[in-house]
Design a protein around this ligand. Structure first.
Ligand SMILES: [Zn+2]
Length: 74
């Protein structure tokens, strides 16, 4: 793995660890999608599948925008 790749991996992994827990069931969240261009990311609960939408604010801190259930459920 290249140094850049490793850094990116560590960065992603760090974000994954820092992602927090599900608002619904308190299970750890996994990274579902990251959009670096728009500074957005979507995390998904490993248990109930609830999506957590984050946006990076002006100081580079991820802030939770909304929590939503997947469309295909119910
Ligand atoms: Zn959950």
């Amino acid at each position: 793995m290249t140094e850049v790749g490793k850094t990116l991996h560590d960065s992603l992994f760090g974000q994954k660890l820092a992602a927090g827990k599900c608002k619904n069931c308190d299970y750890p969240l996994e990274v579902h999608e990251i959009d670096f261009k728009r500074n957005r990311k979507v995390l998904k609960c490993q248990r109930c599948g609830l999506f957590h939408y984050y946006k990076k604010d002006i100081v580079g801190k991820w802030r939770l925008q909304k929590v939503a259930k997947p469309d295909f459920q119910g």
